[in-house]
Design a protein around this ligand. Structure first.
Ligand SMILES: Cc1cc2nc3c(=O)[nH]c(=O)nc-3n(C[C@H](O)[C@H](O)[C@H](O)COP(=O)(O)OP(=O)(O)OC[C@H]3O[C@@H](n4cnc5c(N)ncnc54)[C@H](O)[C@@H]3O)c2cc1C
Length: 407
């Protein structure tokens, strides 16, 4: 769907609010740390400008900044018990990543269910900010304009979509992925499933008027109060439960030296210079903006611009680290682009950090085959710390947290 006309007006204000590059992410973290000790008490409050939360998520999603860096910086300033809630939230992302990585069929199932779905008139109205519940419509406009929503607003919005409107959760999750700058296959899909009652048996998340009245800033709710009464009587819509499959092990792979290699950089991990690839001597570096994939996924113009900027920043940092030119390429056909680059640079191996389960990882078998036809190997490497952590995301979050806290 085309973006509404007011989008461009607001987008220009976003970069100060959300980080695009690593240096902006580091500055955002520095600005957030002095208030991190209040996070546990204030994080659930939805206040214009979202001063109570870090707004680091676009950078964590693309790994312009690493979770380990955020946790270490917070621990430098605070005792663990002071920032426990913040640490837990940072770990939630890794938990979701590990949980999905161990059960990729959840992602495939979501995609298969999404494919035949069509936008009903009601789904169109709700995603155009015309649900009739003014505060949720405000959140819709905020999401489209800024590429960000507060966690609580995401929960209320998703819950209304699923349990209030009775719309398919997969379509709502897709709408979020189109617009969220931090849109992530694991955090998004699994959070939507959790709200729907599909993650923990017998537990769905239900939106309540009283909850909004408690947590939305009074002025904001007063300005957008119409239709709030409709949130008083929402009931859980039971969706068919399926037991999750047993977890698969996430495996490590090392970068293999000795051949003429090039490093491929993608938007799932933009810190190759802080990764197991850092010791390689690549002949070339290529960051790809997979325009064809973004088009198929109908990513918003704002999200594409953000990803492009973040990719160029990642390529620039990698070029400085490895001392070879770093190129950022708009790749309508990703396989063609990688094959042409590997040919031009006479590469034997293309090395990359392994994309996590999600739209880009879905492309990997095709990319490996296309490169393989030209005698080029695709060597995908995982961070050892990811492998350790992800293999611990076997059950619920709090068991995971007990196993990882203090790492
Ligand atoms: C329906 C729904 C969809 C969501 N979709 C996404 C998504 O696509 N991508 C995404 O990154 N998060 C998603 N979340 C989780 C969460 O809302 C965002 O991570 C958080 O709002 C980001 O804002 P922040 O950086 O200010 O977070 P902060 O509160 O400052 O937290 C710091 C960091 O911890 C991580 N984090 C915080 N809360 C969560 C959480 N509940 N789950 C996982 N990681 C968390 C993020 O990396 C975040 O940057 C979703 C939540 C819901 C309910």
């Amino acid at each position: 769907m085309p973006p509404p006309p007011w989008v461009g007006v607001v987008t220009g204000l976003v970069s100060a609010f959300l980080p695009n590059t690593r240096s902006e992410a580091l500055a955002r973290l520095e600005a957030f740390l002095p208030i991190a000790s209040d996070y546990g008490a204030s994080r659930n409050h939805v206040v214009p400008g979202h001063p109570n939360v870090s707004r680091l998520s676009p950078a964590t999603r693309t790994r312009g900044i690493l979770e380990s860096e955020i946790l270490a910086a917070a621990r430098m300033q605070y005792a663990p018990e002071v920032i426990e809630k913040f640490e837990q939230e940072v770990w939630w992302r890794l938990y979701w990543k590990g949980w999905l990585e161990q059960r990729p069929e959840i992602w495939t199932g979501y995609r298969e269910a999404l494919n035949p779905l069509r936008w009903s008139d009601r789904a169109r109205a709700v995603t155009a900010g015309e649900s009739g519940i003014a505060i949720l419509d405000h959140f819709t406009r905020e999401l489209i304009a800024t590429g960000y929503l507060h966690n609580h607003a995401r929960m209320w919005w998703a819950s209304w979509w699923i349990h209030g409107e009775g719309l398919p959760w997969e379509l709502g999750a897709h709408f979020f992925l189109q617009h969220l700058r931090d849109g992530d296959a694991a955090s998004n899909t699994l959070s939507w499933r959790w709200v729907a009652g599909l993650h923990t048996k017998g537990k769905a998340y239900l939106v309540r008027r009283s909850n909004l009245e408690r947590y939305v800033a009074a002025d904001l709710l007063a300005e957008h109060g119409d239709g709030l009464e409709r949130l008083e009587s929402v009931e859980v819509r039971s969706l068919p439960w399926q037991d999750p499959s047993p977890p698969l092990r996430v495996c490590a792979a090392d970068p293999e030296p000795g051949t003429r290699s090039g490093i491929w950089i993608h938007d799932e991990d933009l810190s190759v210079e802080r990764s197991p690839l850092s010791g390689l001597s690549p002949a070339a570096i290529l960051a790809t903006a997979p325009a064809g994939l973004w088009e198929r996924e109908a990513y918003s113009p704002d999200k594409r611009t953000f990803l492009h900027t973040a990719l160029a920043d990642g390529a620039e940092r990698a070029a400085a680290h490895f001392r070879v030119p770093g190129e950022t390429l708009d790749a309508r056909d990703l396989a063609d682009a990688l094959v042409a680059w590997a040919g031009r640079e006479r590469l034997d191996t293309v090395v990359a950090l392994a994309p996590f389960t999600g739209p880009l990882a879905d492309e990997v078998p095709g990319l490996a085959a296309a490169l393989g036809h030209r005698g080029v190997r695709l060597n995908l490497v995982r961070r050892p710390e990811d492998v350790i952590v992800m293999n611990r995301a076997t059950g619920g979050f709090f068991g995971f947290w007990e196993r990882v806290r203090g790492r």
